[in-house]
Design a protein around this ligand. Structure first.
Ligand code: BGC
Length: 255
């Protein structure tokens, strides 16, 4: 197992990519604190699955756009499992609104969850890692849209662009402490965030056509990369982003 005796936190660990990350980290031996905001039942289901496979898990409610909630998440994890080795800033949301039609609320909620959350999640996890010693891993689940426009999803792209620079800045600042900060940038993945697109036959066909691999990815594929980056094998990767997108960012009609 790659993560024996490690302790991980996964924000938004109850759903989509976060759920798969929680399960895969646990499969590799990590004790996992599963953060959720609204769906308590889903979070407990993930915990149960982990425990059924003889793993260790904890469920902590909290809104990642609240610094106090993030502090509680780190504190509860340390109280229960003694330390934090891997912080996965995964929780995300999108409003699918453009520059012209985004409201202040759209902007604040997306930036709060997708950028403020990872920023302070990184800060608080790093403080704990420095206190306990021995370094650590911070993994920010970003998106291809940290570097690639998605018309009609502007607050999301702005937040992910911020996560790109958070990863780079924090990676440089925290390197002397043995803490790596890595971005994982998924493309289109089969999760609740994409439900509407995937359930619409025309949109789903258009999306798949744009992906050189010809299909959307699975949450487990993303989770596999997170496990590797979170393990000792990923020790020299920092301040950069790994894209996992079936080639979507490089797609070209070739005309
Ligand atoms: C977004 C999806 C989008 C995908 C590929 C993801 O980051 O959340 O809405 O389909 O990128 O463009």
């Amino acid at each position: 197992m790659l993560l024996e005796n490690k302790v991980a936190i996964v924000t938004g660990g109850d759903s989509g990519i976060g759920r798969a990350i929680s399960l895969e980290l646990a499969k590799e031996g990590a004790a996992v604190a599963i953060n959720y905001r609204r769906n308590e039942q889903a979070a407990h289901e993930v915990k149960q699955l982990i425990e059924q496979a003889s793993g260790k898990a904890l469920v902590v409610q909290g809104d990642v756009s609240s610094l106090a909630d993030l502090q509680t998440l780190v504190d509860r994890t340390v109280e229960t499992f003694g330390r934090v080795d891997i912080m996965v800033n995964n929780a995300g949301m999108e409003t699918r609104t453009s520059v012209l039609d985004s409201t202040e609320k759209d902007f604040d909620s997306v930036i709060g969850v997708n950028l403020k959350g990872p920023f302070f999640g990184t800060q608080l996890a790093a403080k704990q890692m420095i206190k306990q010693g021995g370094g650590g891993r911070i993994i920010n689940i970003s998106s291809v849209h940290e570097d690639w426009p998605m018309p009609g999803n502007s607050p999301y792209c702005c937040a992910k662009g911020g996560v790109r620079m958070l990863t780079r800045n924090a990676g440089v600042e925290l390197a002397p402490h043995g803490i790596t900060v890595v971005g994982v940038g998924p493309g289109a993945i089969d999760t609740p965030i994409n439900k509407e697109t995937l359930e619409d036959p025309a949109k789903s066909t258009a999306l798949k056509k744009a992906i050189p691999a010809g299909r959307v990815g699975t949450p487990e594929e993303v989770a596999g990369l997170v496990v590797w980056l979170g393990s000792d094998k990923g020790a020299y990767v920092t301040a950069t982003t790994y894209f996992i997108d079936g080639g979507i960012m490089q797609g070209s009609v070739g005309l």
